[in-house]
Design a protein around this ligand. Structure first.
Ligand code: M6R
Length: 352
């Protein structure tokens, strides 16, 4: 049941701290500062290709970024596009990301890769799913069952799982730092769920004409996911953009009727460039909501701030996303939408 919550989605949003703990349990050796992937055998890939759909594709974009940070060539593909022109695989590992393990597009992409001799691994929530049975290796995210059509806790758990995978397979410089950030993540997330002012922001902008989400680097998939969730459950127009792409077209859409949600983490050059993009939309009178750890002066250009604590940017992505989940959920609730079963959508898409 919904254990007193109005919808499965909000219940599942609140289950995230626990889901993350389950994902990390027994896989991280905190004393040694290492991640245990023994059950997967020896997997030191020279390259990685991700295939996935929807929310899982956003997780895959994040995962590809992590591998590249560790010096391993990696790319994320939409599963439905992968088979239309299978890229040269070489001895790359092909990783499917799929909550259900049953998504037809993802299964065909994995099969196409397998046919070309690739090793395959799936990151999934469902033990015994088709993908788990067909791939050479399965990494379970252990988020627990997700009933809401909109993926919420499984996305956060996918991000955590992809951190574990990269830490276990590569020699990152900041393994210890990432492990510490992951350990603090469930507690930090709990505080956001308790304190987020996303509902008040949802109230203010529930009648907006469209919603735009921007982010750079690791926060770009967060922007895409913020927009997908918004369109899926509110039926309103929402788009996520790489912050740097705004001025290459989308800026023409920005008006006082289109709130822009900007994810700004840290205070490096990337973050400062995104603040520059925020100034551009502010100058077009768009309401600005900054999802930020407060390290830049983005608050000066924002109408509202959804605060996250300072942490590793990889963990920050999960925290920023939690605010955006609440934003979409509360907007949809105010609009009276069928949140757990949005029109035209199914939890598991088993046709191509
Ligand atoms: O089960 P999967 O992770 O393979 O599903 C992929 C997409 O169909 C799924 O993420 C979809 O985009 C969700 N409804 C998003 O909330």
């Amino acid at each position: 049941g919904k254990s007193g919550y109005d919808h499965y989605m909000i219940k599942e949003i609140h289950e995230q701290p626990r889901a993350l703990r389950q994902c990390l349990r027994e896989r991280v050796d905190e004393m040694a500062g290492t991640v245990d992937l023994d059950d997967l055998g020896d997997l030191s890939p020279t390259g990685v290709q991700f295939v996935a759909c929807g929310t899982s594709y956003h997780a895959a974009l994040y995962g590809a970024h992590l591998f590249r940070e560790a010096g391993i060539p990696a790319q994320a593909f939409l599963a439905s596009e992968y088979a239309t022109s299978v890229p040269p695989i070489g001895d790359a590992l092909v990783i499917g990301v799929t909550q259900s393990g049953e998504t037809a597009d993802t299964l065909s992409a994995l099969r196409a890769a397998e046919k070309r001799g690739a090793r395959t691994l799936v990151v999934t929530n469902v033990v015994g799913s088709t993908a788990a049975r067909e791939c050479d290796h399965a990494f379970y995210i252990r988020a627990g069952p997700e009933i809401g059509v909109a993926a919420s806790k499984t996305f956060s758990s996918q991000l955590a799982a992809l951190n574990l995978l990269t830490l276990g397979m590569t020699q990152g410089d900041d393994t210890r730092e990432v492990i510490n950030a992951l350990r603090e993540l469930p507690g930090d997330l709990q505080r956001i769920l308790d304190e987020s002012s996303a509902e008040a922001v949802a109230e203010l902008y529930q009648d907006a004409g469209a919603y735009f989400f921007i982010g750079r680097g690791l926060q770009f998939p967060v922007a895409l996911e913020g927009a997908l969730k918004m369109k899926e459950i509110t039926y309103k127009h929402a788009e996520g953009f790489a912050a740097g792409e705004l001025k290459h077209g989308p800026l023409a859409l920005v008006t006082a009727d289109t709130p822009v949600f900007a994810v700004v983490i840290g205070d490096d050059e990337k973050a400062r460039k995104t603040v520059g993009n925020v100034k551009e939309v502010e100058a077009r009178d768009a309401p600005v909501v900054a999802i930020t750890d407060g390290q830049t002066d983005v608050h000066r250009y924002a109408d509202h701030v959804l605060q996250i604590p300072e942490t590793h940017p990889r963990a920050a992505a999960v925290l920023a996303n939690a605010h955006l989940q609440l934003l979409s959920y509360h907007t949809a609730a105010k609009l009276g939408r069928n949140i757990d079963k949005p029109r035209n959508l199914a939890k598991s898409v088993t046709v191509e």
